[in-house]
Design a protein around this ligand. Structure first.
Ligand SMILES: NC(=O)c1ccc[n+]([C@@H]2O[C@H](COP(=O)([O-])OP(=O)(O)OC[C@H]3O[C@@H](n4cnc5c(N)ncnc54)[C@H](OP(=O)(O)O)[C@@H]3O)[C@@H](O)[C@H]2O)c1
Length: 260
């Protein structure tokens, strides 16, 4: 049984209690399972209550829509009352829809901003008061390498992830001073329900198990940015240094798509 360890004795990790949003599927769910397998108690949130049940003895479900700030605050209070202080929160709830030029409507832009960006802001807003009191805690959120530069199809999703990276850069110096650590997780392509419908090449596609392992490793090391897979991240970071004319030339020729 992978979740049989006692909650008071995490075997080798610095957290007793971790809260994860977006934990019903994909990366968030896999991180929850791996943490519990290593003896950490995990509070899991997402909208689909039924998918959060039966994840293991150390995993407790707190269904939640992260776009509702009051529900976020109430959930944090409930977790802390029932399970104790949250040592680390990993905000992995997210939504993705490709933008079709032939149906360019504001709705998907608004939805992705509500869930991906403001959902994280709601969670930070709920966590700050309790973590500030303790002058302790780590808040991590999952952005994406899609936030590094604008990419085709990602006109709705990419800006939410760029905003999350900028949010982390903006908050880190001040939060350091009040004893709260933050991390931003930037995965490349991961095989989850989110990427299932993609009809374009996904270079360096990873399994969610590997993404979760890399996420936990990076957070355990206290990294500000946890980014993977390494080669894809390196390629994309180099593209950040390119002038626009060269960047667009490369994108149009699909250089990145050929790296599979
Ligand atoms: N897969 C990739 O290639 C990839 C790459 C880079 C970054 N990411 C990011 O990684 C994170 C996890 O994505 P994933 O690939 O694991 O996708 P996923 O399997 O689709 O997971 C998304 C999670 O977010 C939850 N969610 C969606 N809307 C929500 C809301 N309003 N309130 C609460 N929970 C909500 C979903 O559960 P419910 O539907 O039950 O609410 C689900 O648990 C996302 O932030 C995503 O943008 C993914």
């Amino acid at each position: 049984m992978e979740n049989s360890a006692s909650a008071s004795q995490p075997r080798d990790l610095p957290w007793k209690l971790v809260w994860i949003t977006g934990a019903s599927t994909g990366i968030g769910r896999e991180v929850a399972l791996q943490l519990a397998a290593r003896g950490v108690r995990v509070a899991v949130s997402a909208r689909s209550a039924e998918k959060l049940e039966g994840m293991g003895a150390l995993i407790q479900a707190y269904p939640l829509d992260v776009t509702d700030p009051k529900a976020v605050r109430d959930t944090i209070a409930k977790i802390e009352m029932e399970l104790g202080p949250i040592d680390m929160a990993l905000m992995a709830a997210g939504a993705y829809a490709p933008i079709d030029l032939n149906a360019f409507e504001p709705e998907p832009f608004s939805h992705m901003m509500q869930v991906n960006f403001l959902g994280v802001v709601n969670c930070i807003s709920g966590l700050l008061p309790v973590m500030r009191k303790r002058r302790a805690g780590r808040i991590a959120w999952v952005a994406s390498v899609a936030g590094y530069r604008g990419l085709p199809k990602a006109a709705g999703y990419g800006p939410t992830k760029a905003a999350l990276i900028n949010l982390a850069e903006s908050l880190k110096p001040e939060l350091d001073l009040v004893g709260i650590k933050i991390s931003v997780v930037n995965p490349g392509f991961v095989e989850t329900p989110m990427t299932k419908g993609n009809d374009f090449p996904m270079p360096f596609l990873m399994k969610p198990e590997d993404a979760a392992r890399r996420t936990i490793e990076g957070l355990e090391q206290g990294k500000f940015e946890v980014a993977y897979p390494t080669r894809f991240v390196a390629i994309l970071k180099i593209t950040r240094l390119l002038p626009y004319n060269l960047y667009f030339w490369l994108i149009k020729r699909g250089v990145l798509s050929d790296k599979k």
